[in-house]
Design a binder for this molecule. Sequence first.
Ligand code: SF4
Ligand code: SF4
Length: 117
Amino acid sequence: MTRNNQKIRFFRQRIPSFACQPGCHDCCGPVTASSEEMAHLPVKTAAEHARALAELNCPHLGEKGCQVYTERPLICRLFGTTPRLVCPNGKRPANYIAPGVEQQIYQFFSETRQLLL
Ligand code: SF4
Ligand code: SF4
């Protein structure tokens, strides 16, 4: 496993989970991810990318929500778990993410090439 994959696994284990408003995908939109995360996502055509971007949407958002939920990028997981990315519907985990881990995630974002989904 590469160093980046180890970091992604480390972060995934430390981002708190919480129950969203059923059916909600208000925080989905154009997001980026590392190439390691992209490697686990289905490839979308240029037309699908263009259509999603034109609507400020994510190409993996389907009628029933996220189609890649178990492999969704770190930024999708982080949303709602920190006071910096507050859920507009008031959903949150009992405890926000540890500030040190959050900082390490932002550091990871700045050190890795991030690609638009
Ligand atoms: S975090 Fe909030 S805005 Fe995002 S899907 Fe969950 S309930 Fe909706
Ligand atoms: S990957 Fe899933 S959770 Fe993330 S923005 Fe796209 S549809 Fe939403």
